[in-house]
Design a protein around this ligand. Structure first.
Ligand SMILES: Nc1ncnc2c1ncn2[C@@H]1O[C@H](COP(=O)(O)OP(=O)(O)OP(=O)(O)O)[C@@H](O)[C@H]1O
Length: 219
């Protein structure tokens, strides 16, 4: 994290299954910035997160990191992204700690943040249990610990609070605030009251839909 990074999403249009999802969507985030994606089911939040992560393709438009298209160097972009998808994607036979550690090693990331990440999400006492023994909220916390431990600049979180109790949501909010204070960026899609900070920007991708071409409007 340099503290002087800039993410620019310019004139992005995307479709899924041949149907348009959003068009001409733009936003920018500077170091320490936060963006909340909200809006109706099927509005395009996951689609947008996947494109920003470099996991999905846009029809038109581009995602720039410090002025360079992220598609120019996908490996470098993967290194700056801490990704939390809908699925926790844990290996059930590995402990919570081993799951986080394995993800760090596969991505070639240092493991020095591992202990703090487990602590931040109150996982230390559960860390030596197989992930298959964990409750759904505990598994979600383990998946989040992978992001916290990653050291990545840009956290992309898809419904991070699903399954979390109030104490865990508060722990996540503290972790996000600390990440932002370090110069990190956060984009989170959520239907819940996750506090990203007073200055977080709101975006509803569905507001950028071409309503006349959406199947709902046609039906
Ligand atoms: N694999 C897929 N193939 C075809 N269409 C898809 C696929 N995944 C999503 N879609 C469609 O893309 C549109 C946007 O979906 P997306 O998952 O981005 O919405 P979302 O805002 O994240 O929704 P939710 O709030 O339910 O999580 C929806 O109309 C959905 O039906």
């Amino acid at each position: 994290m340099t503290g002087t990074d800039q993410l620019d999403v310019r004139n992005l249009s995307a479709s899924r299954g041949g149907r348009p999802v959003f068009r001409d969507l733009s936003f920018s985030l500077a170091s320490g910035g936060a963006l909340r994606l909200a809006g109706r089911n099927g509005g395009g939040k996951t689609t947008l997160l996947r494109i920003v992560a470099g996991l999905g393709r846009a029809d038109t438009g581009e995602v720039l990191w410090n002025g360079e298209p992220v598609t120019d160097d996908r490996e470098a972009h993967a290194g700056r992204v801490g990704w939390l998808g809908h699925a926790d994607a844990l290996k059930t036979a590995l402990t919570a700690r081993e799951n986080v550690e394995a993800a760090l090693r596969v991505a070639g990331r240092p493991t020095d943040r591992l202990g703090d990440a487990l602590d931040a999400l109150a996982l230390t006492r559960l860390a030596e249990l197989p992930a298959g023994w964990l409750s759904s909220g505990q598994r979600r916390r383990t998946a989040l610990a992978r992001v916290l431990a990653s050291g990545a600049s840009l956290w992309l979180l898809d419904e991070p609070t699903v399954g979390l109790d109030a104490a865990s949501v508060a722990a996540l909010e503290r972790a996000i605030a600390a990440h932002r204070a370090e110069g990190g960026m956060v984009i989170a899609a959520t239907h819940t009251a996750l506090d990203l900070g007073d200055d977080a920007v709101d975006l509803d991708p569905a507001a950028h839909a071409d309503a006349g071409r959406l199947p709902e409007a046609v039906a």
